[in-house]
Design a protein around this ligand. Structure first.
Ligand SMILES: Cc1ncc(COP(=O)(O)O)c(C=O)c1O
Length: 359
């Protein structure tokens, strides 16, 4: 039996995608091979790669002057690649600190550049997002970096920062493809795949063309966006199987009505879960209402002693990986695109029953 898996990532993959991958596992469309066994330079895999990129471009309406790179190394590698490609030792770069992942990006960037933390919600324990009129941006910053969705704190921007001509860089690891966005507002968007795109091991970077080719020649070749762009993301062996599954996920998203369709489903899912939390005195979520994430919903029980009982009961009911991040405690339900609405129904029902019997 498949469970409803609320993991923050790697997270659920749509069941239709898994079934198709199973169907094609040993013989991809008459090739006599699994996708895993194909040369990345062969015509079969090239067609898989090209189609995945085309579908992603369609889904996100990515303008022609943006390159899409399929990379390795996770979002954590992008924490280094972005400053290495867009800045140098003397540059100042602006970062917005809204939680654990922003902090990681900041500490990596500090190894390479002068970092100005232009705004931070640390004093509120990352339960809100500082309004833009409180941001202290640098006039000639090489870029502004922010984290549209903080996976651990469950804080999400529902607006896009206005930073003028300075390139805006977004770590969209945990909310990419969850709703339509205007790519042209960004210089770089990057995301580890293991939440809304597909299996871990793949990282997608969407980069405005004019920002590529600026890296100092002293940086490692593998870190240079230009090298990857010129080789169509095949400078070295890419994560081929993850790329293929991502392609299947993109088709699944198109079938669901694209990102507008997905956004509507995600809105309904999140509203239902937050309503269950807010309508009870037993459950609580600390995040300012307008900044609540539609993807990651942390919540606490009135009595933390009951956490392990809750988790055990939830597991019994087929609701798994609800334990909150160790830095926050309590519970966290990650409800990415592939979490069916039935999973939210089941969780909300379980929560009500648990409150009735233990509250
Ligand atoms: C917002 C965000 N950024 C970065 C990362 C790190 O990603 P990776 O493990 O792919 O390096 C994560 C992982 O959960 C994340 O949620």
């Amino acid at each position: 039996m498949r469970v409803f898996n609320f993991s923050a990532g790697p997270a659920m993959i749509p069941e239709e995608v898994l079934l198709q991958a199973r169907e094609e596992m040993t013989d991809w469309r008459g090739s006599g091979m699994s996708v895993m066994e194909m040369s990345h330079r062969g015509k079969e895999f090239m067609s898989i790669a090209e189609e995945a990129e085309k579908d992603l471009r369609d889904l996100m309406s990515i303008p022609d002057n943006y390159k899409v790179l399929f990379l390795q190394g996770g979002a954590s590698t992008q924490f280094a690649m972005v400053p290495l490609n867009l800045a140098n030792k003397n540059s100042t770069i602006d970062y917005i600190n809204t939680g654990s992942w922003s902090k990681k990006a900041i500490s990596e960037a500090k190894r390479w550049c002068k970092v100005n933390v232009a705004a931070s919600s640390e004093s509120s324990n990352f339960t809100t997002i500082p309004a833009m009129d409180q941001w202290n941006l640098t006039k000639d910053a090489a870029f502004v970096h922010y984290t549209p969705n903080e996976t651990i704190g469950g804080v999400e921007f529902n607006w896009v920062p206005e930073v003028g001509d300075v390139p805006l860089v977004a770590d969209m690891s945990s909310n990419i493809l969850s709703r339509p966005i205007d790519v042209s507002q960004y210089g770089i968007i990057y995301a580890g795949a293991q939440k809304n795109i597909g299996p871990s091991g793949l990282t997608v970077a969407i980069i405005r063309e004019d920002l590529i080719g600026k890296a100092d020649s002293s940086i490692p070749v593998i870190m240079d966006y230009k090298i990857h762009m010129e080789a169509d993301s095949m400078y070295n062996t890419p994560p081929t199987y993850a790329w293929y599954i991502a392609g299947l996920v993109f088709k699944w998203l198109k079938d669901k009505g694209g990102l507008a369709g997905m956004a509507e489903i995600n809105r309904r899912k999140a509203e239902k879960l937050y309503a269950a939390i807010d309508d009870s005195d037993f459950y609580a979520n600390p995040v300012d209402v307008p900044c609540r994430s539609r993807m990651n919903v942390p919540f606490t029980l009135a009595d933390a002693e009951l956490d392990s009982v809750f988790l055990a009961g939830a597991k019994e009911a087929g609701l798994v990986t609800l334990k909150g991040h160790r830095s926050v405690g309590g519970m966290r339900a990650s409800i990415y695109n592939a979490m069916p609405e039935a999973g939210i129904e089941a969780l909300v029902q379980f929560m009500a029953e648990f409150e009735r019997t233990h509250g």
